[in-house]
Write a protein that binds this ligand. Structure first.
Ligand SMILES: [Fe+2]
Ligand SMILES: [Fe+2]
Length: 431
């Protein structure tokens, strides 16, 4: 059972499930962990964290009075229905996450058309230079030479600057990859995605350059894979698959033998194919052994792969990709995946949202005019507390309902949201 308690009430032996804060300064801090030393508690307090959620099935239980307090907090929450057909109306102030639709205009308010054009030029230049630098570095690796990662540092900085001005510029350019340049541009894209996610998660700015470098170098071991396997459109046989699965270790060997490669890049290179359920490679590591940076890297890596044109698949849109990644249970850290979706300003298909006209709706796609504005399907009027005839609304168009908040299905009584949402997505909607 989960209990929310004050950090001042923590005791050694308790299992910290989550905390009300951005991730702590150490990139190798585990998101969930058992408190084994008083220093850990002191660090939580000194980082300004006042509340944490502990899991008493994995560690020590809180004292009785705290349980009573938690129970009394629970008792003050509104009663919620368990049936999808009837939901309790909730005040807007209790929304899980408020949502401000990022219209194209809002996204670029800081940039005039001329400034934006200049930013696009700068970002294109940074990508071109990075692609060439990564290509040369990978070639060094292929020839068995040590790699000179220092040469990439100014390029990581340029990518980081572009991401801080407007992440959509560089990410949109890096999404367009030809078959031949995929590996190199993938490295640049993962670097930009990781920098953008790190900022969203409020990781210390001092770590951003190492995180960007980790994205650039994560697939350096792919140089050991023959081209005919790397770009094979059909299924790989067992031997070919084994060769592919070896690239994290190969890359780690190359980077370890090179000078000046940061610890974050070494870890991401070795661990970016590990999974939360312990079925990843090469280590089959359990979730507790996967650092925050590792979890971030596997999300950014897969997202770029499935939204890019590849020999063996057609690219998914941003919201399709995020919905798919949410559905792969056991693969990703779902909390970081949520931060990732937020960092892109994209709401995944299948997400429950509350609209301005007191209606619940499900996200069914992206607006043709603005990929960050979802098309939603209404299905429940909250004021009348009953189902309504579904209607599809493009929230990107003017003079229409707007999304007020992204909601947790359980909070509204939808206990089997995967099944119910699939029915909603398949529903026939009158024109
Ligand atoms: Fe990889
Ligand atoms: Fe990759």
């Amino acid at each position: 059972m989960l209990h929310k308690i004050r950090t001042s009430e923590l005791e050694l032996g308790m299992f910290v499930h989550s905390m009300d804060a951005s991730w702590l300064e150490n990139p190798f801090w585990r998101p969930r962990f058992v408190l084994r030393e008083t220093e850990q508690i002191e660090r939580l307090v000194s980082n300004g964290i006042t509340w944490v959620t502990i899991d008493d099935t994995k560690g020590k239980s809180p004292q009785k009075p705290l349980e009573q307090e938690a129970a009394s907090v629970k008792a003050t929450e509104p009663e919620r229905s368990q049936k999808p057909a009837t939901v309790s109306k909730r005040s807007a102030g209790t929304a899980l996450r408020s949502y401000v639709p990022p219209t194209e205009e809002q996204r670029f308010t800081r940039l005039s058309p001329r400034e934006r054009a200049a930013e696009v030029r700068k970002a294109s230049g940074a990508i071109k230079r990075s692609r060439t630098a990564v290509m040369n570095l990978f070639e060094d690796a292929r020839l068995g030479n040590a790699v000179k990662s220092k040469k990439l540092a100014p390029l990581v900085e340029q990518i980081s600057n572009s991401v801080s001005v407007d992440p959509t510029i560089i990410l949109n350019i890096a999404r367009l990859k030809t078959k031949d340049e995929y590996t190199y541009l993938h490295s640049v894209a993962v670097s930009a995605l990781m920098i953008n996610l790190a900022r969203k998660m409020r990781l210390p700015e001092a770590q951003i350059k190492d995180i960007g470098m980790a994205g650039m170098l994560h697939d350096v071991g792919k140089m050991a894979i023959p081209d005919n396997i790397l770009s094979k459109p059909g299924k790989l046989d067992d031997n070919e698959w084994e060769t592919v699965r070896n690239h994290p270790q190969r890359g780690h060997e190359i980077l370890s033998a090179s000078e000046g490669v940061c610890d974050i890049a070494l870890e991401v290179c070795l661990r970016h194919h590990e999974k939360m359920d312990g079925t990843g490679y090469p280590g089959k590591l359990p979730a507790d052994d996967l650092s925050i940076i590792t979890r971030m890297s596997s999300i950014c890596d897969v997202y770029d792969a499935i939204t890019s044109q590849r020999p063996y698949n057609t690219p998914l849109s941003a919201s399709q990709a995020l919905a798919k990644m949410q559905s792969w249970s056991g693969h990703f850290d779902q909390l970081i995946l949520r931060d990732f979706a937020d960092s892109l300003g994209v709401v995944p298909i299948g997400t429950l949202v509350r609209l301005s006209h007191d209606e619940l709706a499900i996200v069914i796609g992206e607006s043709p005019s603005n990929y960050a504005a979802p098309v939603v399907r209404t299905f429940q009027a909250l004021d009348k507390d009953h189902a309504i005839t579904p209607q599809d609304i493009d929230t990107g168009s003017k003079n229409t309902r707007k999304i007020l908040a992204i909601e947790e299905p359980e909070d509204w009584g939808f206990t089997d949201w995967p099944v119910f949402s699939a029915e909603l997505l398949a529903a026939k909607v009158p024109d």
